[in-house]
Design a protein around this ligand. Structure first.
Ligand SMILES: Nc1ncnc2c1ncn2[C@@H]1O[C@H](COP(=O)(O)OP(=O)(O)OP(=O)(O)O)[C@@H](O)[C@H]1O
Ligand SMILES: [Mg+2]
Length: 238
């Protein structure tokens, strides 16, 4: 199914990345507003100091302003890294770092929709060999799908753990689940049940997983929820 034309799949990977970036930039634009309004209020305070609490307020304003600037810096830097990244090939990658990046990206939508976005990382998790940016693309797709399935008031867990010869990244949700008769179709290109969906997300995740020597699997119970697993070989295991 996926072993078609390599060029076409590369194009699909790019198309999916642009779609994800569009969503991320929209999030970024919203998220930058908060720290910007903090900065504005603080600048007003500094500009028009008032008598008694002057010095304390001044210092507080400086430190909350710095935090606001740092927040904007991190968000912009992360988005730019995802935009430009990918060309660096395979390196030793910490799945925890990738999961953390995805978490930071997606927290805004999770908060907005009242979805609990939880992370669970196993200590001393061995690194894997992969293209960091491509793995981030997988995680963002999986969490976006989970958020669509959960809708509101649900939870999503991003977990990383080792299991025998493998290191696993799992995205678990308590959303709609997938109907048994649909489960064989979800990895097909253009298969979507969403208004406005491209149906490329999982096909691309599957392709990227294979390119990085990983396997993408899932288990789902209709009406209860779904887990997707990205299974990487531990370094040195065949
Ligand atoms: N966590 C999930 N829970 C329930 N259904 C899911 C989940 N993940 C995927 N699906 C189902 O698999 C289909 C295919 O997913 P895929 O990511 O390939 O495309 P999409 O999400 O529909 O579109 P796009 O990725 O462009 O937004 C979805 O339309 C949905 O029906
Ligand atoms: Mg999707």
């Amino acid at each position: 199914m996926l072993k078609k034309n390599g060029k076409k799949l590369d194009k699909d990977i790019q198309k999916n990345k642009i779609l994800l970036l569009g969503k991320l930039f929209a999030t970024l634009a919203h998220e930058i507003r908060n720290p910007l309004s903090v900065l504005k209020i603080n600048l007003d305070l500094i500009e028009i100091p008032n008598s008694k609490t002057e010095e304390i307020e001044f210092h507080e304003s400086i430190s909350t302003s710095k935090e606001a600037v740092e927040r904007i810096e991190t968000l912009v830097a992360q988005t730019m890294e995802f935009l430009r990244g990918g060309g660096e090939g395979k390196t030793h990658v910490s799945l925890i770092e990738v999961a953390e990046n995805a978490h930071k990206f997606l927290l805004f939508r999770a908060n907005k929709d009242n979805i609990e976005l939880i992370t669970e990382y196993e200590a001393d998790l061995p690194k894997i060999v992969a293209n960091k940016n491509e793995i981030l693309q997988i995680v963002i797709n999986l969490v976006n799908n989970a958020m669509d399935a959960v809708n509101t008031d649900g939870y999503i867990k991003i977990k990383t753990y080792s299991a025998g010869a493998e290191v696993v990244l799992e995205v678990e949700d308590n959303g709609s689940g997938i109907k048994p008769e649909m489960q064989s179709k979800i990895f097909e290109e253009y298969y979507t049940t969403k208004k406005g969906g491209t149906g490329l997300g999982l096909a691309v995740c599957n392709e990227i997983a294979q390119k990085n020597g990983a396997k993408l699997e899932f288990s789902s119970k209709y009406g209860e929820g779904t887990s997707f697993y990205v299974r990487f070989k531990k370094i040195g295991e065949v």
